[in-house]
Write a protein that binds this ligand. Sequence first.
Ligand code: UDP
Length: 316
Amino acid sequence: MERTLITGGAGFLGSHLCDYFVLKGHQVICMDNLLTGNMENISHLIGHERFSFIKYDVVEFIYVQGHLDNILHFASPASPNDYLNFPIHTLKVGSLGTHKALGLAKEKKARFLLASTSEVYGDPLVHPQKEEYAGNVDPVNPRGVYDEAKRFAEAITMAYHRSHQVDTRIARIFNTYGPKMRLNDGRALPTFMVQALKGDDLTVFGDGSQTRSFCYISDMVEGIYSLLYSGEHLPINLGNPDEISISDFAQEIIALAGSKSRITYKPLPSHDPKVRQPDITQAKTLLGWNPKVSRKDGLRKTVEYFKKKIPEALNR
Ligand code: UDP
């Protein structure tokens, strides 16, 4: 039986990975300091014989008893609001936390997969983004804390691979959505869902012409799994290339929720990328992976989750 450590396992992506790897027969150790993660995401797994949870901050030396086959390093604040609220912790978990997780992978001779991000491309001047594009990042803008932390994380991951022969992978994850997103994490999708379902105005930043490409969580989890068992050490983009402007996205959510909400425009945050679309040629050819869930189907599943969660949040 494979033993897999998932750092950030109580977060949105991490908790879906915990489910998936338990389902695949792994013994899963979930580690999270709960800064932005949430026990509710994994509460159904507590008590499962192949699941354990350790509340821990991976910025500190990580000790895990017994062997490990895989380390999935997903610990980090990941929404712009979160990393702007926790800039130093974001830098520390991307740098010191990745160093500790790599040290553990070296010690245990485990496969290591880094959750990197489309943010390494910053505000891209090349469109769509291919892995070979080195990005356009300003290190001292407020958003730079996440971008540079992940760029450092990629650099140290490659260094551990090249110098210590650690069996590493790097997933450059583009916008991903689905159930278990935090209602108030500030990202476009949960914010718009909550606003549309409550009948409030949707807050589009800037003129809404900036684009994103949204990938449904089940596709992303399968992509991460395929990458882990591939032999690819260089970064691989994972995401759904179906690109949409943020104002059209807001309209789609209003229509889906059957809402009478309107759109109000707010200032565009500093260094908000103007375009984003993954080139997934590498994932398709090297991993045989291709996202399957259309935005229409994915949003339909996601709105059901928000419909259930909003009354619960209001009653608390
Ligand atoms: N956005 C918006 N209204 C919101 C939240 C976000 O218009 O209430 C915009 C944001 O400025 C960005 C896009 O939606 O252009 C996606 O933002 P998100 O926070 O989801 O993540 P990002 O892709 O920027 O990391």
